[in-house]
Design a protein. Structure first.
Length: 170
């Protein structure tokens, strides 16, 4: 057996500032596919710049958003982030997987990692927001997140996020 071949096994590890280019690349490959039909190209471009520019990601990391990177064959294929929002409530802020890796268990592995780490930090529940028209809602429902409410969030420049808030006890 040749131990020098790349691993096809999925590895999830904490992400750092040096991983920001990988996060940006994954966001730029997933967002247009996931959101342009729902939000339009202009809003997607605006949100990518606002949420996934290097400075924005650095600021999120400084504000204790914990990021994880999923790697397969040593290539970044997905990421997730979460943060504490209340004493025992944490929020899944982001979870994106390259289209080529979707439905392969990468999203589930990232979500389980977030749940485990948040629980170890004292979380009793994990919340998330998902666009009301996003098919990812079904993934979250199958993962134990029922819808608890709807909210519309003004993100500036006349754009809104029209979301379901979902929540899972840990």
């Amino acid at each position: 057996m040749n131990n020098h071949l790349p691993s096809s096994r999925l590895v999830i590890r904490p992400a750092s500032y040096t991983d920001i280019p990988f996060i940006i690349e994954i966001a730029n490959k997933t967002w247009p596919i996931a959101y342009e039909a729902l939000l339009g190209k202009e809003q997607v471009t605006y949100m990518l710049h606002k949420l996934y520019g290097a400075a924005a990601l650095e600021e999120q990391m400084r504000k204790q958003h914990y990021f994880f990177l999923a790697l397969k064959e040593y290539e970044a294929v997905g990421f997730a982030s979460f943060s504490k929002v209340e004493l025992e409530t944490y929020k899944l802020q982001k979870l994106y997987v390259l289209p080529s890796e979707q439905r392969a268990g990468t999203g589930k592995a990232l979500l389980e990692t977030v749940e485990t780490v948040a629980k170890s930090m004292g979380a009793r529940k994990l919340q998330l927001n998902v666009n009301r028209k996003n098919i990812a809602k079904g993934f979250y429902e199958r993962s134990g997140f029922p819808v608890v409410k709807e909210e519309d969030i003004d993100i500036g420049s006349g754009y809104y996020m029209n979301d379901f808030v979902m929540e899972k006890p840990l």
